[in-house]
Design a protein around this ligand. Structure first.
Ligand SMILES: NC(=O)CC[C@H](NC[C@@]1(O)OC[C@@H](O)[C@@H](O)[C@@H]1O)C(=O)O
Length: 267
């Protein structure tokens, strides 16, 4: 009670203190978290046949929000390139879409701690002639606008003809119709298209230095810290591991997100 009293006394007006108490995370709509996501990066974040958002990132975030005391989470699908601007300009409270944490992105938004470190995959059709990334020069390579894959390809696949798409589905449709020769996307999403269309990987590039994080508006430290607390609790009690095994069965599991008792510290 003393702490609360001093906290309330600290605010300039009781109204502000009241507001602060009701909306401790500075949410657009107190009690609801508005999330900018994307609808087609299965199995990270996607809309199922009922139009419901689901996937590893979606279920992990929903669990973390619940631990922070917010049960009402509303997901809205955007083009990937619109997610961070939507969070930065206050249209959404959080961005959740396998968004890699990078210095450049931290110019416009803040991130929770990382929750998923994996690979970027060059996906191609069985007989495309693109056997590995060495074959990319002169080939048409799809990338999602604003993705790490776009930045990586601009930097490293300088002789490929880059074709920018709003999302993976459009890009893979383009590949299936022969408009492009390969598409550069996230490993688990690539696995899904391989199962669906019999496509293959022409190369997997580690992206461990840019683990996915939840994007929040700069300065909203209360929200970011509450998400971090929930995230680490979900890792420590094995929820993260359970969701990883559900959504990425058979994929190598990064150790740093497992309960500390299960971390061997092996390199
Ligand atoms: N929604 C998307 O298409 C996201 C594409 C891309 N994801 C990269 C990443 O965050 O995906 C999950 C993990 O593998 C991370 O290591 C990786 O950087 C990006 O952040 O640009």
């Amino acid at each position: 009670a003393a702490l609360a009293a001093s906290f309330l006394a600290g605010c300039s007006s009781s109204g502000e203190a009241e507001a602060q108490q009701e909306n401790p995370y500075g949410l657009i709509e107190p009690g609801t978290i508005r999330v900018a996501s994307v609808g087609d990066i299965k199995p990270y974040a996607y809309t199922d046949s009922n139009g419901e958002f689901t996937g590893f990132d979606v279920e992990l975030f929903t669990d973390v929000a619940k631990r922070a005391g917010i049960d009402d989470v509303v997901f809205t699908g955007q083009d990937f390139a619109a997610v961070l601007p939507g969070v930065a300009n206050g249209q959404f409270d959080v961005g959740v879409a396998a968004i890699g944490i990078t210095e450049e992105r931290q110019q416009t938004v803040d991130f929770s701690d990382g929750y998923l470190a994996g690979y970027l995959t060059v996906l191609t059709a069985e007989d495309s002639g693109v056997e590995s990334v060495e074959d990319l020069p002169g080939q048409r390579l799809g990338v999602v606008q604003g993705s790490l894959q776009e930045a990586y390809a601009v930097e490293n696949f300088t002789e490929a003809d880059l074709v920018r798409f709003p999302d993976n589905n459009t890009a893979v449709s383009g590949m299936n119709s022969g408009a492009i020769d390969a598409h550069f996307l996230d490993y688990e999403a690539a696995q899904d298209y391989m199962e669906q269309y019999g496509h293959v990987s022409a190369g997997d590039i580690p992206s461990f230095d840019a683990p996915a994080g939840f994007a929040v508006a700069k300065e909203n430290d209360e929200l970011r810290e509450a998400l971090n607390e929930g995230l680490h609790a979900a890792m420590e009690d094995g929820t993260w591991k359970e969701l990883y095994q559900k959504w990425f069965p058979g994929s190598p599991m990064p150790e740093q997100y497992l309960p500390s008792a299960e971390q061997t510290g092996a390199p």
